[in-house]
Design a protein around this ligand. Structure first.
Ligand code: UGA
Length: 445
């Protein structure tokens, strides 16, 4: 059990709340500070502003140990201050650190030693800049540690409590020791390093995960051309212990608030330092093209998409989250709308109505597929595993499924009477699905 400390958390977003909740679970006192009054009000009455499994239970269970506040002075008594604010990309692809600097401006001036811990993902070199800024303000009793997060949305609580490693980069040994002690009770390798290396570990990890996905997506695209099956290929390659099976699922490309931002930030960081990171440029481009491949698959089966009704199934960038940031669904649906298709969307939790004006968001899968010329699986929600049913088959104008996540079994889906195409697997022979009479009328009107 960890020696109980008082921990201040700047930022009541997804990282801040998971961090605060899990440290409370480990026995620490936690004060979460945010600048948005509605957010603090909601949290104080037990309402969570986003969907994250297990987090509501963790926050409720540790209610006695967590306080929410707008007032930065309430964290004055904390031993450790975690910065968990967002670092969105700027137009140039660099990370925008303005929220980090604002949090620093708000730091209460205190007598005792405090340690500032950076959880937000920041460019390499930020720690040095923060240290200089602290010194310039005379805050010489504030230590600095980089302790990046490796939490994935949908499994964040589990990832925090059972991490593959904890990375602690510091300027002073005693600061690293204190931060390490906060995690007592969690069994995992600890990587103690300098601040710049800790910052780079975070960026390199996300960049490599994205690279793996772009790599397997390109393999999938070649598989389609040469008649191989990417699922078997990924299994056969991934069993090599030097390569491993993870992050090797081909699909419509990666999305979310982290990969795009961090890959671009690392590429930009390299560029700003005089190095052209060619591999990452390709990783990004492959991903952009991958999202659009669904469109050409639809055209292959349906011809022109103008006037066709397409059900886009799954909007969140991955299952078990309502996060739409950088979601492939938005690109796919927007392209379909631009082609003149009628787009009907469905997601069990994500709401894209204000981002996809012109599309109809449906409450059920059945409603979305009724009368559709094709159904496209974009997010692998469990609810879609049973999509190839007789009920769906009979409700669709044409029984065509484009599976952007290789969720369904090709044989079973075809036996259920569907034309079926997926990513990197042999597709149904082109069946030239005929225009229905109803469809002809729609197109010509
Ligand atoms: C990612 C990392 O996995 C976390 O370790 C990291 O802490 C986090 O970013 C962050 O920087 O905060 P996250 O974005 O929540 O987590 O989601 P992932 O599970 O990594 O998925 C990212 C995208 O890749 C999703 O769109 C997913 O569908 C896609 N993906 C993932 C694939 O297309 N294929 C795969 O094999 C795996």
């Amino acid at each position: 059990m960890a020696e109980s400390r008082t921990i201040g958390v700047f930022g009541a977003g997804w990282v801040g709340l998971v961090t605060g909740g899990c440290f409370a679970e480990l026995g620490h006192e936690v004060i979460v500070r945010d600048v948005v009054p509605e957010r603090i009000d909601a949290l104080s009455t037990g309402r969570l502003p986003f969907h994250e499994p297990e987090l509501p239970e963790v926050l409720a269970r540790n209610r006695e140990r967590i306080r929410y506040t707008l007032d930065a002075y309430e964290v004055a008594g904390a031993d450790v201050l975690f910065i968990c604010v967002q670092t969105p990309p700027t137009y140039s692809g660099d990370a925008d650190l303005s929220f980090v600097w604002t949090a620093l401006d708000d730091l209460p001036r205190v007598e005792q030693r405090q340690i500032l811990v950076m959880k937000s993902t920041v460019p390499v070199g930020t720690g040095e800049k923060v240290r200089a800024a602290l010194e310039a303000r005379g805050l010489t009793n504030v230590g600095y540690v980089s302790n990046p997060e490796f939490l994935a949305e949908g499994t964040a609580v589990r990832d925090f409590m059972n991490p593959d490693r904890i990375v602690i980069g510091s300027f002073a040994e005693e600061d690293a020791a204190l931060v390490e002690a906060l995690y007592s009770g969690i069994e995992t390798p600890i990587v103690r390093t300098d601040v710049a290396s800790a910052e780079m570990i975070k960026l390199a990890a996300n960049a490599f995960l994205s690279t793996r996905i772009s790599f397997i997506n390109e393999i999938a695209n070649v598989c389609e051309l040469v008649g191989a099956d990417v699922e078997s290929v990924a299994q056969g390659v991934g069993l090599d212990h030097r390569l491993g099976p993870h992050f090797f699922r081909a699909g419509v490309g990666w999305g979310g608030s982290c990969f795009g931002k961090d890959v671009s930030a690392l590429k930009q960081l390299a560029g700003n330092s005089g190095y052209h990171f060619q591999l990452l440029a390709a990783v990004i481009e492959v991903n952009e093209l991958q999202k659009r491949r669904v469109i050409s698959k639809l055209e292959k089966h349906l011809g022109r998409l103008r006037g066709k009704t397409i059900a886009v199934l799954g909007l969140a960038f991955k299952p078990n989250t309502d996060d739409l940031r950088d979601a492939p669904s938005l690109v796919i649906a927007s392209r379909l709308l631009a082609e003149g298709a009628l787009v009907r969307t469905w997601d069990p939790v994500a709401d894209a109505r204000d981002r996809l004006r012109g599309a109809t968001q449906c409450a059920t899968v059945f409603e979305a597929v009724t009368g559709a010329d094709a159904a496209v699986i974009v997010t692998e929600w469990d609810e879609l595993r049973g999509l190839a049913s007789k009920e769906v088959h009979d409700a669709m104008a044409r029984p065509l499924i484009i599976d952007g996540r290789n969720l369904l079994d090709p044989g079973e889906t075809r036996r259920a009477g569907f034309a079926y195409d997926s990513i990197g697997r042999p597709s149904s022979p082109f069946e030239g699905l005929p225009e229905t009479a109803e469809q002809e009328t729609k197109v010509s009107s």
